[in-house]
Design a protein around this ligand. Structure first.
Ligand code: HPA
Ligand code: ZN
Length: 336
């Protein structure tokens, strides 16, 4: 069998599930801590990496919120985003739709404007310097109240020209989508796209709520949908995209063995699955590593890899013109 590693490396890729704060590498964490006079509870980069042993989502989230504490100034958010773009450019990612967690910053006294200005300035430069197109999705922290989310949405509205949509992340269990029904209705009325994490740790019922109550345009993770056959068929019939994050699933123990990752089952059941990195600095890999992990463990064919890349383009929220351009780039690559 031919080895498809080089094919995966060169494949033009689209990323649809990436928390920009989760791309904070330990090296940059130390640099920013020094710049901002912040004491980290770690002595070295190695010590930070050693702390990245998670048994469930909450273990990761605790360290993720602690890590983002080094982000203080607009330049910090610029540097974070620029480092991510540089990295994915080297992996042939051509379009990315990034999440950010404003409440993780505003609750520490960092202004919304500081965060959005740093991120979008880097994205604009990334388009010029690397040719990477991008969109921004603002996530609500679901462990906080609906009222807090509504306040955050109000805060975001003056920047609506730079925010394409809203999402829902953080601790899933005990915080069902129904808690945010009114916030999502308001976001929809403002013309924003809607996505939500569901079925990562939470049950299939949370996915159903995200569809019926939040009216999402795309589903983040969605793995546990497979436990319910009716729901699985519904997702397939709708053609709604699932942003699957293989290394994240492995690190957070939803998937104990990569050979048991549900991606292949998803494709076999005609689900519109895409490959994404989630929090690459914490989970051990960016887009290429995520593609490689499922390719190696699930013995994916070249056709399946092409389908995954094509699904990413189709499921993106960018313009039809940009999609056409990306499809051309993908077709020319795969026909070589
Ligand atoms: N799940 C939920 N919330 C998150 C994640 C995740 O994988 N990453 C950052 N916030
Ligand atoms: Zn996520």
């Amino acid at each position: 069998m031919t080895d498809l590693t080089a094919f995966i490396e060169g494949l033009p890729k689209v990323e649809l599930h990436l928390h920009i704060e989760g791309s904070l590498e330990p090296e940059l964490m130390f640099d920013l801590a020094k710049r901002n006079n912040i004491d980290l509870p770690f002595k070295s980069v190695e010590e930070v990496r050693a702390a990245y042993e998670f048994t469930e989502l909450q273990d990761f989230l605790d360290i993720y919120y602690q890590g983002m504490g080094v982000l203080q100034t607009e330049q910090d958010f610029y540097d974070l985003t620029d480092a991510y773009l540089k990295k994915i450019h080297s992996q042939n990612v051509i379009h990315t739709e990034i999440f950010f967690d404003p409440q993780g910053h505003t609750e520490r006294g960092v202004a919304f404007e500081t965060v959005i200005n740093g991120i979008t300035r880097a994205l604009d430069d990334g388009c010029k310097n690397y040719g990477i197109s991008s969109e921004v999705i603002m996530c609500f922290l679901r462990h906080l109240s609906e009222e807090d989310a509504l306040k955050t949405l109000e805060e975001a509205l003056p920047f609506k020209d730079r925010i394409l949509g809203v999402g829902l992340d953080s601790s899933e269990l005990g915080h069902p989508p129904s808690k945010f029904q009114r916030v999502f209705a308001k976001a929809k009325a403002e013309g924003l796209k809607l996505v939500a994490h569901a079925g990562e740790e939470g049950p299939p019922e949370y996915v159903t709520e995200a569809l019926d109550l939040l009216k999402i345009d795309r589903l983040d993770h969605g793995n546990r949908s497979l436990e319910n056959e009716v729901l699985t068929k519904r997702l397939a019939d709708m053609g709604i995209a699932l942003t699957v994050c293989p290394l994240s699933n492995y690190k957070l123990a939803g998937v104990t063995d990569m050979t048991k990752h549900p991606l292949k089952t998803m494709l076999d059941k005609n689900l519109n699955a895409t490959i994404n990195s989630d929090d690459p600095a914490y989970f051990g890999g960016y887009m290429t590593e995520n593609y490689l992990a499922v390719y190696e463990a699930l013995d994916l064919s070249r056709e399946e890899l092409e389908t995954l890349a094509e699904n990413g383009i189709n499921a993106s929220f960018c313009s039809e013109a940009r999609k056409t351009e990306m499809r051309k780039q993908l077709n020319s690559y795969v026909s070589q």
